[in-house]
Each structure stands twice: as C-alpha cells, then as structure tokens.
Design a protein around this ligand. Structure first.
Ligand code: R5P
Length: 298
C-alpha cells in the first residue's frame, strides 16, 4: 500500500513500478494555515505494510508536518509497518551544533519522523548521514551521483570528478569509481555568519581536462558557481555541474549562468523543476524502486 503526498508526485511512478496500491489521500490547508491530511480508504491499510512518499522542498515545514500527519494516520488505520520515502531530507545541513546556542535541526527532524511512527526511512543523498542516527540501521541513504555522472558523460570526455568541498568527496569518488574516473576536491571556506564562499589555494590539475563537479545541494548556487569559475580559471576545458537536489533559490540560476558552467544536471528529488536551457533532470525513480524492493522484500 502506498500513500503519495502531493509534495512528491514522482512517488506515483515508484508505486506503479512496485505494483503498490495507491491509497487516496485528502490534503488541505485550513483558512488559518493549519494542515489536514486524511487517508481515504483506511480499511485497506489495516494489517498492511504502508509506504508514505513525500519530499521536503519547497515549503519544508509544511511538507514535514504533512508527512508526520500521514504517518500517524497510517498507524491509526492499523498499518503493520510504515516506511517513509523522503528523497530530499531538509534541515540535514544542521547536523551538529556549529555555534553555541544552536539546535541539531537535522537530528530533530528524524526524531519526529520516528516518533510519529515511521519504522524505516529511505532518503537520497542526504547531506549528512549523522542525522539518520535516530533510525539506527533502519534508515537507508541512496547515493545517485553515479547516475548524474553517467549523464555528464554524454557531454564530457574522460572528466575528472571534483567535489566542491571535502564534505562532498565521498559522493564524488563513489561516482568516479562507478565510471573508472579519478576524483579530487577543492577546499571551500564559508563564513558562518554571512554565508560568503571562498576557495583556499590547493593544487588541482585540471588544465585541458573536462570536469564534472559533484555536490548534494545547490541552494543559492554560491558553492558550485564559485568552484566552476575557479576550475575554468585553472584551465579546465568544460565544467558540468551535477547536483542531487536543485533548490536553486533566488538568483542561483543567474549565478550559475555567469559561472560559465557547460550544463547543470539535477535529480528529480523535489516537487519543483526548473525550466532553463542549461538545466537537465535525471530521473532516479528506478533507483528508489530497486532499493525499496530490497528493503520491503517484495
Ligand atoms: C554544503 O556543504 C552543501 O553540500 C552545499 O554545497 C551547499 O548547501 C550549497 O549551498 P549554496 O548553493 O548556497 O552554496
């Protein structure tokens, strides 16, 4: 049984691939802004395993609350287990206290999902796996950077896979290994107060080479735009940006255009898509289906 919230319509495709029956759900917002979710055939849920599909961008807080409400509704309707699929898990960048007085927002989000009644959590390229700890070994993070790099190979010749900071190195090297390519990283510095990005000098040999720049999130575009500019100034031939979650807020698209990037590849993990000649989406639904199939043993 599947409950597909309106935030993640691509969940319908996954449910179809897995032949999960989709249970209708009524979502609405009251005049005062409070949210309402109702599962339309609760009797079908009784004694069944249920998968709730949702994602958390845009309107992260509303999407989270709706997911919690749907999990609770499934539990109350008698679900035996609830698996929650949230390809973009928001708040995961705040995975620890960076400055005194801060919360650990990412960890709190997963605590809430678990407390609502989610047994299993499946997400895609989460910024920090640390936030999955409340689920212990009942959370799965799917890496898909290999699929993005596979698409980049349509445009580039034996590219070097570069992470714009050390934190993105694992996803970059994972994709590089999958395609027999080499990987490297840049050293990013971000001012925690202003958010401004700069790159520390570091020897990275990209002269005359194509580069695919792999990151998890593009938010304001500052990170990948600055990295692209730097790689091109060091003689890289073409730079394709490959990022899992393309939030592209505010002026991000203008920044990316001005950086000289050859193409921007994004996964379909959000409920929005950006129409722009530089942007191309890679459908990752079948990767989610495969993992879900394994997890549910179906
Ligand atoms: C941070 O470490 C993340 O991996 C991304 O690099 C970051 O969130 C991107 O943000 P922005 O596009 O605003 O630079």
């Amino acid at each position: 049984m599947a409950i597909v919230l309106s935030d993640y319509p691509a969940g319908l495709e996954v449910a179809r691939e897995l032949r999960l029956e989709v249970i209708g759900v009524h979502e609405k917002e009251f005049p005062d802004g409070e949210l309402y979710v109702r599962v339309l055939d609760p009797e079908k849920i009784k004694s069944n395993n249920v998968v709730v599909f949702s994602t958390m961008y845009p309107r992260q807080e509303k999407a989270l609350l709706k997911t919690l409400l749907a999990i609770d509704a499934a539990r109350r309707a008698g679900a035996v287990s609830v698996t929650t699929v949230i390809p973009y898990l928001a708040y995961a960048r705040q995975d620890k206290v960076f400055l005194p007085g801060e919360p650990v927002s990412g960890g709190l989000v997963t605590v809430l999902l678990k407390s609502a009644g989610a047994d299993l959590l499946l997400t895609v390229d989460v910024h920090s796996t640390r936030v999955l700890e409340p689920f212990q070994n009942r959370a799965v993070n799917i890496l898909i950077s290999d699929l993005l790099v596979a698409r980049a190979l349509n445009y580039l010749d034996k590219p070097i896979v570069v992470a714009p900071d050390k934190g993105a190195l694992e996803r970059a090297c994972y994709a590089a290994r999958a395609h027999g390519l080499t990987c490297d990283f840049l050293v990013k510095q971000r001012d925690r107060i202003t958010g401004e990005i700069s790159y520390a000098p570091r020897e990275i040999s990209v002269r005359g080479s194509d580069v695919v720049l792999v990151d998890d999130i593009i938010s304001t575009g500052g990170t990948v735009a600055e990295a692209t500019r730097m790689l091109l100034s060091r003689g890289a031939r073409r730079v394709v940006i490959a990022a899992t979650h393309g939030l592209l807020v505010g002026d991000a698209m203008r920044r990316l255009e001005e950086s000289g990037a050859y193409r921007i590849l994004l996964a379909n993990t959000l409920s929005i898509k950006h129409a722009h000649p530089l942007v191309e989406y890679v459908d990752i639904s079948s990767r989610i289906s495969t993992e879900l199939k394994r997890l549910l043993g179906i």
